[in-house]
Design a protein around this ligand. Sequence first.
Ligand code: GMT
Length: 379
Amino acid sequence: MKIGIVCYPTFGGSGVVATELGIALAKEGHQVHFITYRQPTRLDFFSENLFYHEVDIKSYPLFEHAPYELALASKMVNVVEFEGLDLLHVHYAIPHASAAYMAKQILKSQGIEIPVVTTLHGTDITLVGKDPSYAPVVTFSINESDGVTAVSEDLKKSTYEHFDIKKEIEVIPNFIDLDRFKKQKKEHFKRAICPNDEKLLVHTSNFRKVKRVEDVIKVFYEVRKVVPSKLLLVGDGPERDRMERICRELGTCEDTRFLGKLDAVEEVLSVADLFLIPSEKESFGLAALEAMACEVPVLSSNAGGIPELNIDGETGFACEVGDIEDMTAKALHILSDENLDAFKKRALARAKEFDVSNILPRYENFYKKTIEKTLTVSK
Ligand code: GMT
């Protein structure tokens, strides 16, 4: 198949999933065309089946905000036409699904029928999408997509709850490439961070408010009173400064390192003992899956779709959002010498269920089904 993938090219869940999906499809022999405004972060190598088309956003003194959606729709039309794509797969509803609708209508006027699959990732529904400033467009463009997928059962449920959706939504969970995300031998690194064999706690995120990084620091503050430990915070974002201030106030700075954005996050995860993801909302929790693939148990909140991944009491624990006391008790339970290895093994076993080789065929089948259905209806 010739597939166009539209996504955000940045660090962060939806863009990473879209890029990894494109890479996996290309390895299977499909031709994949990425359409976005910057080279996606993980698309930093050559493959004969991978193509990148940059959206040109022309500015003009009249525009206070350059109309990205129009430039994107025009680029989609252009790529579908000239590359002869079979399908467009857009990740994140805003503004990708509505731009795809526009592109589809333009192409239809030229006698070209292009099936559109929209994948919902989370905040496009649970946070931004349901805001009245976007909701009518999000509802319309989901209903007008030829196929819709969501990354968890919980996200599917929220979508039906918040929007008037007539379309069937198929759940296809996120996935992981276990060849890349696996525990690596990085003992020198562990010794450098934990010279006295302290336990290592890790959090990775985009430091947005919804991630509740403050809870990570508070749990660490309590855990450190009982078990000698260190904390690594990977990523960057709007909450970073405030988090550094909280560390100073709590006096945990000497045992905490802010590493900023890292490409090779699997190297840090390889030496971690516990991964923390206490988010307020989380449709899936790809960062937790990456940790589990590196044999790291997960202490999470029970928000959204996280409990579908992190099995409470098995691969870690899923606590009430903001319950620092419970999170601390559960963290100490996992970190105890008699429990830690068993949690690590179960975390890896669970991650294997989400290996790309299990999930990719589900996307391929969904594409085939959507193409057949769309072309039959248009005849
Ligand atoms: O979590 C974020 O802020 C980034 C966001 C995104 O759209 O890039 O992540 C969402 O999509 C990921 C991939 O499907 C999911 O793993 C995340 O759980 C989801 N984030 C939220 O729902 C908050």
